[in-house]
Design a protein around this ligand. Structure first.
Ligand code: NDP
Ligand code: HSE
Length: 441
């Protein structure tokens, strides 16, 4: 059989990895796919650089829009990134009857519903394994490997940059700004790392996993997002002493009221495997009713790890290219007409979780009692509490101290009320630090 013809849009970090791995492993990939997979055309803005990266037999063009029109191309790989040009190219590829493989989580998180609907109408596949956790085959696991299960919850370290920053802050006791500079120097963080450190990249990815797990639309716009920019070294230290590590987690959970969808720094018990995922690595924990808890670990970014996922999609699409569209694995795991339209994403106020609180207080009689009363009046139960000795500055007592409280579970709305009331106490001297806590058991 002739090789299936692929057009590659963007030969940057991931695109060049895809080209190289496909070339290097072509015989084993062909044996698995059932036919050859040939990147026939590459489109990139920098044609000269692109030519230097490919064989003479691969055509290079500057105009990506020309590529998606070509009748000889069966599959388009979009590796340009962003929401604008990439969206137009993906939509045009679909309209022209091409299957699409993409690593673009931002595009699918924001425009996924429109893109998947268009693909459904045209009977083509949109595959996106590389969009979540890079080289880890988590989409395949959720969509196929765990298909027997009612998924209960997913919690993932799905941004390598922030995990690297948190690991370094903990190991070396460094402050956020110092480690961010190091992450940029090492090439983990983007030149503009806002999406990483503000939790947006992780929210893109957890919105995709949530859709597949629960059969709902991709609803990035309803996710609660909090990044790591406000985290201080002191909280990482206190968490450690209490037997926890702080990780930026993407969490989605099915509850009787709806689906939780959130990204925020989280205290995780240090004994959990996921708490020990360090550096730029990614890990995702999935809990299903039949299988129990499963863990997926690996590189969430990088040229060849991400290419591994893109090529897995290419092989899947090649295998299923000639099959009846109604008998393919659905884009979001559930059949198009069986999506859960009545399952809402919960507002953050309705989420139930437990908390770490740190209050900078005057070390004087009655402070603790007033704080405990506020919490108890709102039905919030204290799980553990620690008070450090009064700080000294230049040998003098400051009469200030850190009060660290772990709570049992309560509704976020109650905690917000408690925080407002505690913050108003004259003896609470600085903004209260609140970090959510998950036992993940
Ligand atoms: P790069 O910036 O390295 O590569 C993008 C390439 O596309 C560049 O060569 C760029 O050219 C080219 N390009 C930009 N605009 C156009 C255009 N209009 N027409 C043709 N070519 C164009 O990005 P990455 O490879 O890092 O990322 C690609 C996608 O993969 C993104 O969606 C990203 O989020 C995703 N991803 C990346 C991972 C990684 O580890 N890097 C991991 C997981 C997902 P120029 O350089 O001139 O701008
Ligand atoms: N910026 C992302 C990260 C790249 O740090 O994980 C992979 O999506």
């Amino acid at each position: 059989m002739n090789p299936i013809k692929v057009g590659l849009l963007g030969i940057g970090t991931v695109g060049s990895g895809v080209y190289n791995v496909l070339n290097r492993n072509q015989s084993v990939i062909k044996a698995r796919a059932g036919r050859g997979i040939e990147i026939a055309v590459v489109a990139d803005r920098d044609v000269e650089r692109a030519r230097s990266l490919v064989d003479a037999s691969t055509e290079v063009v500057a105009d990506a829009f020309e590529l998606v029109q070509r009748p000889d191309i069966d599959i388009v790989i979009e590796l340009i990134g962003g929401y604008t040009v990439a969206k137009d190219l993906v939509m045009q590829a679909i309209e022209n009857g091409k299957h699409v493989v993409t690593a673009n989580k931002a595009l699918l998180a924001v425009h996924g519903t429109e893109i998947f609907a268009a693909a459904q109408r045209k009977g083509v596949m949109v595959a996106f394994e590389a969009a979540v956790a890079g080289g880890i085959p988590i989409i395949k696991a959720l969509r196929e490997g765990l298909t027997a299960n009612r998924i209960e919850w997913i919690a993932g370290i799905i941004n390598g940059t922030t995990n690297f920053i948190l690991s370094e802050m903990r190991d070396k006791g460094l402050d956020f700004d110092v480690v961010l500079k190091e992450a940029q120097r090492l090439g983990y963080a983007e030149a503009d790392p806002t999406f990483d450190i503000e939790g947006v990249d992780a929210a893109h990815k957890v919105a995709l996993m949530s859709a597949i797990a629960f059969g709902v639309d991709v609803q990035f716009d309803k996710a609660y997002i909090e990044g790591i920019t406000q985290l201080g070294a002191a909280d990482i230290r206190y968490a450690e002493r209490l037997g926890y590590r702080i990780k930026l987690l993407g969490i989605t959970r099915r509850t009787a009221q709806g689906v939780e969808l959130r990204v925020h720094p989280t205290l995780v018990p240090a004994k959990r495997l996921i708490a020990n995922v360090e550096g730029a690595m990614n890990a995702v924990v999935v809990n299903g009713d039949a299988v129990g808890t499963t863990l997926y670990y690996g590189k969430g970014a990088g040229s060849e790890p991400t290419a591994s996922a893109v090529i897995a999609d290419l092989v899947d699409v090649t295998r299923m290219h000639t099959s009846d569209p109604a008998n393919r694995v659905p884009h979001l795991a559930f059949q198009h007409d069986a999506m859960q339209t009545d399952l809402a994403i919960l507002p953050m106020d309705e989420v139930v979780t437990s908390y770490y609180l740190r209050l900078r207080v005057s070390d004087e009689p009655g402070v603790l009692a007033r704080i405990a009363t506020i919490l108890s009046d709102l039905g919030i139960s204290i799980d553990a509490m620690r008070q450090a000795e009064s700080d000294q500055v230049g040998g003098e007592e400051t009469n200030q101290t850190d009060l660290v409280i772990l709570t049992h579970e309560c509704q976020e709305a109650s905690m917000n009320q408690a925080l407002a009331a505690m913050q108003a106490l004259p003896s609470v001297l600085q903004p209260i630090v609140r970090i959510r806590k998950e036992e993940l058991n």
